[in-house]
Design a protein around this ligand. Structure first.
Ligand SMILES: *Cc1c(COP(=O)(O)O)cnc(C)c1O
Length: 369
């Protein structure tokens, strides 16, 4: 019955079907499925896209985060600051090391970590901060960097939703010590399965991460350390190389759709629309509105055939999986408040004008009734 999905990968792939088939055929013919030139080329291209020197492809955004933390020397018992309003993978990677995620509330306008609340969460055990560039907008990095310098903390950007975003003309991925991207199919740049990448300007760190991602290999049968099988598949790199060429255009299309939503929904007083911080380039992985009537609106739109999402309905500090951290309801009021109000509207580069109008009209109609 759903007529308008939140994302439509089919629409995107139809546009570039021939390019994709050619790239996949080439990998099949070459028979290099685990490493090789295609991966090197993609890493080079993506590093260039982020304005950084080095990139190491890996198996997912989650493994990228795990590798980045390991690369920064984070160990069991260390504390790493992040927000409770993110996909669980951000915190999961911290926990995988035996380190402890320490949550800091968000700014309810930008949905990103509130720099004003970071300092009070720092202890002697704090080693790093993971700002998440949520929904496609960079976190407020200057104050975060100032704090990191003061307390000698590493900054690991979780840029899984922010391919191509920028902050004061600096690209997401170039704003901290190291950054992690996901190529989960629905992300702004998506593979045909799981994939991710770590980017950095630090050569030593890049080398360490590359070794860790490939069984701690120095050469084929020389293992300098214990590592992981976290490699990027060649076939995914081939697909990503094709798609990367279109990413700039796709992000622009998302921005145009966001502008249309902004214009059409502005008159609705009961709605709060995405706020873009000054000098931020938002790439609208998601277009998220807030309203006290969220549940009713979601149901209404669903009845009209419009799919919507909630990213994310249960804050991480209230997840059962994080019960052992000892947080309780009320600890992060901004996050808890907006979790009940947020709604993600359909957003992808091929959402056409007719669909955009249909969605906006129905939202207007809901609030008029
Ligand atoms: C998607 C996502 C991840 C995890 O990436 P995977 O490729 O799915 O492992 C991490 N953090 C955020 C914010 C994400 O949106």
């Amino acid at each position: 019955m759903i007529k308008i999905p939140i994302v439509d990968l089919n629409a995107q792939h139809q546009q570039i079907q021939n390019e994709l088939k050619k790239a996949i055929d080439y990998v099949i013919k070459k028979g290099d499925f685990i490493s090789g030139d295609i991966i090197n080329k993609f890493e080079e291209n993506f590093a260039h896209f982020c304005d950084v020197k080095y990139a190491v492809g890996c198996s997912s955004g989650t493994s990228a985060l795990h590798l980045a933390l390991l690369g920064c020397g984070i160990k069991a018992g260390d504390e790493v600051i992040t927000t409770p309003h993110t996909f669980i993978a951000t915190a999961e990677a911290i926990s995988q090391i035996g380190a402890i995620p320490v949550f800091v509330d968000i700014n309810a306008q930008t949905f990103n970590i509130d720099p004003n609340k970071i300092e009070q969460a720092i202890t002697k055990k704090t080693k790093a901060i993971i700002p998440v560039h949520l929904y496609g907008q960079c976190a407020d990095m200057w104050p975060i960097k100032k704090i990191a310098r003061k307390y000698n903390l590493k900054i690991i950007e979780d840029a899984a939703q922010a391919h191509g975003a920028s902050y004061n003309n600096q690209k997401a991925g170039s704003l901290g010590d190291v950054a992690c991207f996901s190529f989960y199919p629905g992300k702004n740049l998506g593979a045909f399965g799981d994939a991710g990448i770590v980017v950095t300007n630090n050569k030593t760190l890049a080398t360490k991460i590359r070794v860790l991602a490939n069984h701690g290999r120095k050469t084929k049968y020389e293992h300098s350390t214990l590592g992981y099988n976290y490699r990027l598949d060649t076939i995914q790199a081939a697909i990503l190389n094709v798609k990367l060429k279109h990413l700039f255009k796709w992000n622009k299309a998302r921005k145009r759709i966001a502008e249309f939503y902004n214009k059409e929904l502005a008159p609705i007083l009961e709605l709060s629309l995405p706020m873009v911080q000054k000098n931020n380039e938002h790439v609208y992985h998601l277009y998220v509105i807030k309203t006290k009537q969220r549940n009713k609106l979601q149901k209404y739109l669903s009845q009209k055939g419009i799919a919507t999402g909630i990213h994310y309905p249960v804050p991480l500090h209230l997840q059962k999986a994080y019960g052992h951290l000892g947080y309780k309801k009320g600890d992060f009021p901004e996050t808890e408040k907006i979790a009940k109000q947020i709604l993600s509207l359909p957003m992808h580069p091929y959402l056409n004008k007719q669909q955009q109008s249909f969605i906006s009209k129905n939202i207007n109609r809901f609030f008029k009734d």
